[in-house]
Design a protein around this ligand. Structure first.
Ligand SMILES: N[C@@H](CCC(=O)N[C@@H](CS)C(=O)NCC(=O)O)C(=O)O
Length: 208
């Protein structure tokens, strides 16, 4: 299968999930600003919103949305499949929380170039109750749901953006400790190392 991704974007969660679950995947880099692939071709026929991730399955089906792509990866993995089947609803619940309450509500207004001060203040105000909720949950756990599930890489990627957006995770010690723990997992560290290098390369090319 093929993953359409952009470096350090939410699609990195799928890279992490594939490495964790030993699922084979090829990567196709998307420039989400120009909506073009590296060969210059148009990305919009793949996803009309121009967003990543998109996963093209080996049957040629195009899967969009993290809440669909990540469970699909879990179902392909010999190590992640059992938990995915046993705890399907909890995983769906956390993927939805991460996608709607953290990614879109808090981080998109802080990261998007077309945002403004009002949107950023709104996002920072909303962040407090969301991070309080997450912190209370993580105080008693190493992962979101018992062992590692595909909700963990999505949360890791989103929390990683706190460094770029002025959200100080030290205010939520269990969340900060969770992120530090996740970054030590070999599959997560590998995905982050690779995407940091790709991100820096993209920055160098666009500043020329
Ligand atoms: N609801 C979508 C959100 C995906 C999304 O926001 N992707 C961002 C990167 S983290 C993106 O592609 N942004 C470019 C754009 O919106 O033009 C999902 O869960 O897959």
């Amino acid at each position: 299968m093929d993953l359409y991704f952009a470096p350090l974007a939410c699609s990195m969660a799928t890279r992490m999930a594939c490495y964790e679950g030993e699922v084979e995947v090829r990567f196709i880099q998307v420039d989400t600003r120009t909506k073009r692939l590296a060969d210059g071709s148009d990305y919009l026929p793949i996803n009309g919103l121009g967003q990543v991730p998109v996963l093209r399955t080996d049957d040629g089906e195009l899967l969009r949305e993290n809440t669909v792509v990540l469970p699909y990866v879990a179902a392909q993995s010999d190590t992640l499949r059992a938990l995915h089947e046993q705890r399907r609803l909890e995983i769906a619940q956390w993927l939805s929380f991460i996608g709607s309450e953290l990614h879109k509500l808090v981080f998109t207004p802080l990261l998007d170039h077309s945002s403004n001060d009002g949107a950023r203040d709104f996002a920072r105000a909303k962040a407090v109750s969301r991070f309080d909720h997450l912190n209370a949950h993580l105080e008693k756990r190493d992962h979101l749901i018992g062992p590692f599930s595909v909700a963990d890489p999505y949360l890791t990627v989103v929390l990683n953006w706190s460094g770029f957006t002025g959200i100080d995770l030290d205010r939520w010690p269990a969340v900060a400790a969770y992120l530090a723990r996740m970054k030590q997992r070999p599959a997560i560290a590998r995905a982050m190392r690779e995407e940091v290098a790709l991100f820096q390369d993209q920055q160098r090319r666009s500043s020329r």
